[in-house]
Design a protein around this ligand. Structure first.
Ligand SMILES: [Zn+2]
Length: 178
């Protein structure tokens, strides 16, 4: 973002100081890939807090509905439901690493499931949206809704983190480099 602004400013300065008719090249903005974390969020920022309008600009309508309005994608439709590819699952809203593929298991519930998150990646709170208590899971960095955690998972934790695919971006191991 800053680079784009700088280039734009330089372009304006050039445009003002030039008295020729030569056209000033206009820098092309880099479009966000809809399915990857925003690249202008600095990873050293420990918390990401944006307005609803800013989130709407960054996310697809489905991502906004699930991540920011605590919606749920339809079961068995998510892109990572059956995925076994090695790698790290990051938050689709802010890029924070959330789960490793080694903790993923086939829960047959229709959404990606993990028996444990990465350290300090999540926050939880109880919601009653379906009329009974469920433990909601959110990204600790940007406070986006991810899914729910239940106590019917496999060893070693016995927990099942049931997460919407649309909230995740898989960074495959060969690309991760860490
Ligand atoms: Zn996040």
């Amino acid at each position: 973002m800053r680079v784009t602004v700088l280039i734009t400013l330089l372009g304006l300065v050039n445009g003002c100081s030039s008295d020729s008719q030569a056209p000033v090249p206009t820098p092309q903005p880099t479009p966000h890939e809809s399915n990857s974390a925003p690249k202008d969020l600095k990873m050293e920022d420990s918390k990401v807090r944006l307005s609803d309008e800013e989130w709407k600009k960054r996310l697809t309508p489905e991502q906004y509905y699930v991540l920011r309005q605590a919606g749920t994608e339809r079961a068995f439709t998510g892109k990572y439901d059956k995925t076994k590819t090695p790698g790290t699952y990051a938050c689709a809203a802010c890029g924070q690493k959330l789960f490793v593929s080694d903790a993923k298991f086939d829960s047959a519930c229709g959404w990606p499931a993990f028996f444990a998150p990465m350290k300090n990646a999540l926050t939880t709170n109880v919601d009653y949206n379906l009329g009974y208590a469920r433990t909601e899971v959110r990204c600790a960095r940007c406070d986006s809704h991810l899914g729910h955690v239940f106590d019917d998972g496999p060893p070693p934790t016995g927990q099942r983190y049931c997460i919407n695919s649309v909230c995740l971006v898989l960074r495959e191991k060969k690309d991760d480099g860490k």
